[in-house]
Write a protein that binds this ligand. Structure first.
Ligand code: NAI
Ligand code: MG
Length: 326
């Protein structure tokens, strides 16, 4: 059987790290048919619209989507694409690898970020010349779906439970509902939880990342706190993610289009390659995903490494080394 994969490289270094991920996927004993589609600032410049309908429809109908990065119009691209695959959770592992000069080499975290609502639900308005407002949406149903996923995630991965990061002391109604609902589902399923205020989490995770394991959080908190964790493990070039839905998923590095290094051929492809590993695992090929991770681990330990990791390798140099190990 051949899986049909939508491939959306997007803007900037998305154009450089997505081919790296495709090379790695092609080196695996799994059959893929790749269908490339366009999105991003460069498309908006031509047509006014950063996300062509064909791209949305392709993501909504293929087995999975591999995404690179978008630029200034990122929100108009990635939010609809996550919706196209029906994603309700963004899984973001933040792990330090031997050989990478990380601020906190002992870091091994996974963020499970709510992926449909919160402050990213898109309800913003300009009331007057002076006042703008945003409506934050938290539903019991989305919180329950996220919590059920988190319970299965910790059971499958042999984790002791999870931590809920929130700000229910201030956003009593919205984060109050989030905290209560997630905790309730975990209790029903016999999964241990604790909780932490998200601002306190930001400090504690820097001082001692081993105090946490799986962290469940609302949309914005997951976005910000996972970037913070990227800083602990060697930078944004290291963080993959999986936008998981009930039937399909979209896999993308956490980083953006990195205009400061785009076109130079030096972007770190590890985040994109590890996202591809999450894609094959999502399709049920756990062994293939593990092989990719082991190959990446070996290359990070022995080199070659890209400049963000202190090396002088190019994107293709690091990618070729991963493919050689596969
Ligand atoms: P960014 O993630 O693009 O870059 C932040 C810093 O990290 C830059 O110094 C960049 O060079 C470095 N970096 C990121 N990925 C790297 C990699 N693979 N290898 C080496 N260095 C890497 O975030 P920034 O600068 O805030 O945003 C740039 C553009 O990307 C903006 O237009 C923003 O809207 C967009 N963006 C898109 C996202 C997406 O498509 N999902 C997510 C975040 C930002
Ligand atoms: Mg982000």
């Amino acid at each position: 059987m051949s899986y049909e994969i939508a491939v959306v490289p997007g803007d900037g270094i998305g154009q450089e790290v997505t081919p790296a991920a495709l090379e790695v996927l092609s080196a695996l004993p799994v059959e893929f048919t790749f269908r490339e589609a366009r999105a991003g600032d460069h498309v908006a410049e031509e047509t006014g619209d950063p996300l062509p309908a064909e791209t949305y429809e392709l993501a909504a109908s293929t087995d999975a989507t591999l995404f690179g990065a978008a630029g200034e119009r990122a929100a108009d691209v990635i939010l609809p694409l996550r919706e196209a695959v029906g994603s309700f959770v963004n899984v973001r592992p933040a792990r330090a690898y031997p050989g990478v000069d990380a601020l906190r080499p002992e870091t091994d975290l996974v963020f499970l970020r709510e992926n449909t609502e919160g402050v990213y639900a898109g309800h913003e308005s300009r009331l007057t010349d002076d006042v703008s407002t945003l409506t934050r949406v938290v539903t019991g149903s989305a919180s329950r779906q996220l919590a059920a996923f988190a319970c299965e995630y910790v059971a499958d991965g042999d984790h002791d439970g999870f931590t809920i990061a929130h700000k229910a002391n201030v956003m009593r109604e919205t984060d109050g509902r989030f905290l209560e609902t997630v905790r309730e589902v975990a209790d029903e399923r016999g999964v241990d939880t604790d909780d932490v205020l998200m601002d306190a989490f930001a400090t504690q995770v820097c001082l001692d990342p081993t105090a946490f394991d799986v962290v469940v959080c609302p949309n914005l908190a997951g976005d910000v706190l996972s970037d913070l964790a990227a800083g602990l493990v060697g930078g944004l070039g290291m963080l993959p993610s999986a936008n998981v839905g009930t039937e399909r998923g979209l896999f993308e590095p956490v980083h953006g289009s990195a205009p400061d290094i785009a076109g130079e051929g030096v972007a770190n492809p590890v985040a994109a390659i590890l996202s591809a590993a999450m894609l094959v695992e999502f399709l049920g090929h756990e062994d293939a995903g593990e092989r990719v991770r082991t190959a990446v681990e070996g290359v990070l330990a022995d080199g070659p490494r890209t400049p963000d990791l202190g090396g002088d390798a190019s994107t293709t140099g690091l990618t070729d080394a991963v493919v050689d190990r596969l």
